[in-house]
Design a protein around this ligand. Structure first.
Ligand SMILES: [Zn+2]
Length: 113
């Protein structure tokens, strides 16, 4: 991810973990809801699904902190889910980071309209 354009790919970590608030009264691990093509919204460095419960499903890695302000409130569509991959490198990366998916930005966000 190197700019604020639609189509940027944003990694989301922690989707297989209940940490960082990724657990609610309905789900032990809210990131377990993540599926290909679902829409998520970036909110204060974490990601909410757009379901009725507005679950926190994971977080954007700290190494991208310089982009957090550009992501606020924007909507992205889940593109890859690493732990569903047959690629052993992706599986290992996912395990190391408590579950990893990537989502593609599909709106410009309020700041850029
Ligand atoms: Zn939940």
């Amino acid at each position: 991810m190197n700019d604020n354009t639609i189509g940027s790919l944003v990694p989301i970590y922690g989707i297989a973990s209940p940490d960082l608030g990724c657990s609610c009264e309905h789900h032990a691990i809210c990131g377990s809801l993540v599926h290909i093509d679902m829409l998520v919204r970036f909110k204060k460095m974490v990601v909410y699904s757009e379901g009725a419960n507005r679950c926190v499903i994971g977080h954007v890695p700290e190494k991208l902190s310089e982009y957090f302000h550009r992501l606020e409130g924007r909507i992205a569509q889940v593109y890859t889910i690493y732990h569903l991959s047959k690629d052993s490198n992706r599986m290992a990366f996912s395990n190391k980071n408590d579950g990893v998916c990537h989502a593609i930005l599909v709106d410009k966000g309020i700041a850029y309209r």
